[in-house]
Design a protein around this ligand. Structure first.
Ligand SMILES: [Zn+2]
Length: 291
């Protein structure tokens, strides 16, 4: 019986569990990750530490801050930032210590102010557990906002926080860690995951963002909702979006409805990209039609 329960517990994969654990994996020389929903990056320098994303609700934020302190007990300064304003990425803000410095791009901050509460209410309605995790949510005012780039010097390692334009959301933020050349990519570059646009940019603006990402010459990628990988993930993301966008535009030209195109391309792309775990392209096809 115990074995069965353990088995059940482990199949509730960390990818969907809204409570983050304290185990970390090393992504590159200065970058660690808590793998979960979502993956959390912890960048450790000689003097300071930077966390990317907060988990869902303050309890997860507090867990991450504890893990960050354990990884670098001597670092007095803690910075944190968020890939985008969606609740599993940003609603744990107040779980971080009061002295931690919150930085994010200005576009993302304006999305947080205009739409953050609605998203938190939506996520709280999904399950009693999420409701409980979000019960003591409040917004935290960032200490620093920036337009296109902020550099955070952590001592021996620098994180470039970058806003390259709209993709999954309008305010998607990337973190590029040097000298590791590790990209904390949020939803913008993922590992075999069909992209989704949630009130964000268009497929065309997403591709424009990826061109800027390509110029960074990335070596490692830590995405938010899939496995880490190497720099080839950037080109793969661009190839998939280009491929799907061209196919959808072609069907649009021929007069196929968006719904039919979504169904048809779902089948075609399942065959074309057989190792992708899920191929629900309907939403992205609608985004192409709406461009
Ligand atoms: Zn999201």
């Amino acid at each position: 019986m115990k074995t069965l329960l353990l088995l059940l517990a482990s199949t509730l994969s960390a990818q969907n569990n809204p409570i983050l654990g304290e185990d970390t994996v090393k992504v590159s020389e200065h970058v660690w990750a808590i793998m979960g929903w979502p993956n959390i990056a912890i960048v450790v320098g000689d003097r300071a530490t930077l966390v990317v994303d907060t988990g869902l609700g303050p309890r997860n934020g507090a867990t991450i801050a504890r893990v960050a302190a354990k990884l670098a007990p001597a670092n007095q300064k803690l910075y944190f930032t968020t890939t985008h304003f969606h609740p599993e990425h940003a609603s744990g803000e107040t779980g971080f210590p009061k002295g931690a410095i919150l930085i994010r791009d200005a576009v993302q901050q304006s999305e947080m102010e205009s739409d953050g509460k609605r998203m938190v209410d939506l996520f709280a309605g999904r399950s009693p557990q999420q409701n409980e995790l979000l019960a003591d949510w409040t917004m935290r005012i960032p200490d620093v906002t920036f337009d296109t780039e902020a550099r955070v010097d952590l001592g021996g390692v620098t994180a470039r926080l970058l806003w390259f334009g709209a993709a999954h959301t309008k305010g998607d933020q990337l973190a590029f860690v040097e000298p590791d050349r590790t990209l904390v990519s949020g939803d913008v570059v993922q590992n075999k995951v069909v992209p989704g646009i949630v009130g964000g940019g268009t497929p065309a603006t997403w591709l424009a963002v990826l061109d800027k990402v390509a110029a960074l010459n990335v070596l490692h990628v830590l995405p938010d909702h899939s496995a880490p990988g190497d720099g080839s993930m950037v080109a793969m993301e661009k190839k998939f979006i280009t491929d799907l966008r061209n196919a959808a535009l072609e069907l649009k030209k021929r007069g196929t409805s968006a719904d039919d195109a979504g169904k048809q391309l779902g089948v075609e792309f399942k065959a074309k990209y057989p190792d992708w775990p899920s191929m629900n392209v309907a939403g992205f096809v609608r985004s192409v039609y709406a461009e």
